[in-house]
Design a protein around this ligand. Sequence first.
Ligand SMILES: C[S@@+](CC[C@H](N)C(=O)[O-])C[C@H]1O[C@@H](n2cnc3c(N)ncnc32)[C@H](O)[C@@H]1O
Length: 277
Amino acid sequence: MESRVKEFPFTQADFERVRSMIRHSAGIALAEGKQEMVYSRLARRLRATGVSSFSNYLDVLERDSNASEWQSFTNAMTTNLTAFYREPHHFPLLAEHARKHSQMTVWCAASSTGEEPYSIAMTLCDAYGTLEPPVRIIATDIDTDVLATAALGVYSAERVASLQSAQLKRFFLRGRGSQDGMVRVRPEVRRLIEFTQLNLLAPRWVLTSPFDVIFCRNVMIYFDKPTQRQILARFVPLMKPDALLFAGHSENFLYVSEALRLRGKTVYELAQAPAAK
Ligand SMILES: C[S@@+](CC[C@H](N)C(=O)[O-])C[C@H]1O[C@@H](n2cnc3c(N)ncnc32)[C@H](O)[C@@H]1O
């Protein structure tokens, strides 16, 4: 990699250190060839902290596993791509599941900037026909920046452009004045969701209740197979007997966990689950 033209020298050894650190702390397996991405994301952290080189920056992190910079490092390394009603075929299935249950507890395990848990909330409001459905949604992510954005529930009009106008009216407030061109999720809908930080790799999760539904979409792709296997094994006891587990479009859990079987396109249920009627 050309280091002469860069603001900060960035060697292959620096890249390998970053790779190993983020893999160890967050499970994220960065592919070879991601040097440019890592450089541009972390150069911002070097500027913000006033550290003059990558090796000094990484030394600071390695010296102190409790350093507050670890969170900023992690936030910089995550990829947060998401959208409202992403992989739309999942939502009718969620609504159908809700109609069979008088109340629902849902865990959205990599909720990014909130579009996914709000899509879940809106689907459940529609399914129960009220803005106060008997629903509890826990939305978690490792990245504290995206969680803050999610909790705010404010989006640009472009982010919601694909939603129908009836949905926009029902679930969002239009910004005025300085907020022109923005929308905000209605407080009733926001109140359905608890946003909290959770690292899927952490030895303990602050979750106890078994869930009717787990959304874990487009995050396992960043983990290697053994890590995926460990996480899925920890999902199983958190699933009610007829719970559904939603995965991302390129994630296949069938070969990773024998405890799961396919229920629909990238939707899983417990292999021991009562057969669907
Ligand atoms: C590509 S986004 C997917 C967002 C959403 N689930 C979707 O499908 O649209 C991946 C998210 O996983 C989060 N993530 C990465 N590693 C994680 C970990 N170890 N624990 C929890 N969340 C993690 C990232 O911060 C990011 O917000």
